[in-house]
Design a protein around this ligand. Structure first.
Ligand SMILES: C[S@@+](CC[C@H](N)C(=O)[O-])C[C@H]1O[C@@H](n2cnc3c(N)ncnc32)[C@H](O)[C@@H]1O
Length: 262
């Protein structure tokens, strides 16, 4: 599969720059070592893949959005890092069984409509005794709240798809992983802060980096509701942002979960 997706419509790479500390935290908690075979699932612009490759790991990065993967490829080339990039859906990885020592996914597998399918796929590709490291937004934190305020303006999720927010609920996640021979060894909550000059720039960043919002712009403008979307985002920024002498900080809370493949 190599067609464009909504993830390629906005300026996601700008958001990926803000999310880099979460990838660093995940790679650190996964304790990636040189020569380990690491798979970064839904790699986007390659944040976690590049961090793992810098540790000397043998890395494969998978994503279904060709535009993001092509940015990931040029970032790796700039550093002469040899990473195997694959355009593929994360529920059908073009990889053999037990091919990885570690599978990582930073804000990635949480977007699979079918949670069981992607959990089974991770379990299939990780060898027995290998590790899985997953990062998801914390329920009730800024990113899920953004999804909540925007939901009335967006098309409903495809029938049968399961909410991404469940991946941040430890009880749900531990159960999903356990059902797929992945036993949680530890997890940790953490946060990162996005520093922005003012509320207007924060609002623009959140809208312009989200391909699924950019995809709805023409329709919402036609319906006279695009400003409503902007106001919904601005309202959440006003409620949540912390002022600083240089502008403001938006705090993004997440959980990193490490599991071992039985
Ligand atoms: C929030 S971004 C995270 C990207 C990257 N891991 C990071 O830390 O910046 C989510 C990524 O999931 C990818 N994605 C979403 N659904 C996917 C699917 N079914 N198969 C493969 N990739 C998918 C998107 O293209 C996007 O790159």
């Amino acid at each position: 599969m190599s067609h464009a997706t909504t993830w390629g419509l906005g300026d996601y790479p700008r958001m990926a720059g803000h999310l880099l500390p979460a990838a660093a935290k995940t790679v650190h908690m996964a304790a990636i070592k040189a020569d380990e075979r690491v798979l970064d699932i839904a790699t986007g612009t390659g944040n976690a893949a590049l961090l793992a490759a810098r540790r000397g790991a043998e890395v494969t990065g998978v994503d279904f959005e060709p535009a993001l993967l092509s940015l990931a490829r040029s970032r790796a080339e700039d550093e002469s890092l040899a990473i195997d990039w694959r355009v593929a859906d994360m529920t059908q990885l073009p990889l053999p069984d037990c091919c990885a020592d570690v599978a990582i996914s930073v804000f990635g597998v949480m977007y699979a409509p079918d949670h069981q399918a992607v959990a089974a796929e991770m379990a299939r590709v990780v060898r027995s005794g290998g590790r899985v490291a997953l990062t998801a937004w914390l329920p009730g934190s800024f990113m899920p709240a953004l999804g909540h305020v925007l939901a009335p303006l967006l098309p409903p999720p495809p029938a049968g798809s399961e909410p991404p927010s469940l991946w941040g609920d430890p009880q749900y996640l531990h159960g999903l992983l356990a059902a797929n021979a992945l036993v949680v060894s530890h997890d940790q909550t953490a946060h990162l802060e996005m520093a922005l000059p003012d509320a207007g720039s924060a609002t623009s960043l959140l809208i312009e980096t989200a391909g699924h919002l950019v995809a709805e712009r023409a329709r919402l403008t036609r319906e006279g509701r695009w400003q409503q979307l902007r106001q919904a985002v601005a309202g959440l920024v006003d409620e949540s942002a912390k002022p600083t002498p240089d502008g403001l900080l938006i705090r993004l809370d997440y959980r990193v979960t490490i599991a071992e493949r039985r």
